[in-house]
Design a protein around this ligand. Structure first.
Ligand code: SF4
Length: 290
């Protein structure tokens, strides 16, 4: 694999391992509250893809609790505050300012990572992010998943590719780092289409990519289509081979933030081989190194 992984990049930047602390700041998502849709993206879990974060707890307290859980591994270490659950720029600018500043305050928090949608990045919000980026580096994560409009409609992403392009352009112009999520194995997509998405992200101007395996989770509409036999999930072999091909298309300077998905094990319906994340990552690493 010619690209660097994020762990390596952070180690070079800070001289130690840097852990991400997942937060749930109590946001919802325009794809769930009715402004864009009510059901959410077809694969999205009840936790808004943020199962590792704690609900209803003050941000500083969440950071403290998350730190405590890994303190043994990371005594005196550094962290990234990760606004993960739902859409983390979906709120009034003053509220966002308060939350981000609270997360930035502890000295051991070296960066902020904010997961959101490109249609929730008003000029005011981008200006706020640019301002706070001067205090501590901020990375914006955008869930693109695919560049193909038919698949985007099926998964109910709720915005066209042009909105993503505009969002990335404005974030880059404001000096912010961008990481893009893509999913391999979306129903109906051919290998060629998935590789087209990877190539597009590689050329989009984003610094990083998260490549995820499509997971079917309990309680999602995707689970209904899976139960009805409308699609099947990728095997490990298929996923590994697609991943290799995607990585070959991505530029060397693109940072790899994820090589597979991260769904909550208790809710996983398929593919079951992905449940043992450690083993899967080891196998993928071995394969990519060889
Ligand atoms: S935009 Fe994100 S939080 Fe909202 S429904 Fe889709 S995956 Fe879930």
């Amino acid at each position: 694999m010619k690209q660097k992984r994020i762990g390596e990049v952070l180690r070079e930047r800070y001289g130690c391992k840097v852990y991400k602390l997942s937060l749930d700041a109590g946001f919802t998502c325009p794809n769930r509250d009715g402004s864009k849709g009510i059901g959410g993206c077809i694969f999205c879990s009840q936790g808004g893809s943020g199962e590792f974060a704690e609900k209803g707890v003050d941000i500083k307290e969440q950071l403290e609790r998350a730190k405590k859980r890994i303190e043994q591994k990371n005594k005196g270490g550094k962290y990234i505050a990760y606004f993960q659950a739902f859409t983390n720029t979906y709120g009034p600018v003053e509220r966002l300012r308060e939350l981000y500043l609270a997360a930035m305050e502890p000295k051991e928090i070296v960066e902020l990572s904010i997961a959101t949608r490109p249609d929730c990045l008003s000029e005011e919000i981008v200006a706020l992010l640019a301002e706070l980026n001067q205090i501590k580096p901020i990375t914006i994560e955008l869930g693109l998943q695919t560049i193909h409009e038919a698949t985007a409609a099926y998964i109910r992403r709720g915005y066209p590719l042009s909105v993503f392009e505009d969002g990335v352009r404005r974030l880059k112009a404001a000096g912010l780092a961008v990481v893009v999520h893509m999913i391999l194995g979306l129903p109906g997509e051919s290998e060629r289409q998935m590789l087209e998405t990877a190539r597009y992200i590689g050329e989009s101007g984003a610094e990083g990519i998260k490549i995820q395996l499509l997971h079917v989770l309990q309680g999602t509409d995707l689970a209904k289509d899976y139960a009805a036999g409308k699609f099947r999930c990728l095997s490990f072999e298929e996923y590994a081979s697609l991943l290799e091909k995607c990585l070959a298309l991505l530029p060397e300077e693109m940072v790899i933030h994820r090589l597979t998905g991260d769904g909550a094990k208790k809710d996983l319906i398929a593919p079951l081989w992905s449940a043992d994340k450690k083993r899967v990552l080891n196998e993928l690493r071995k394969r990519l190194e060889s």
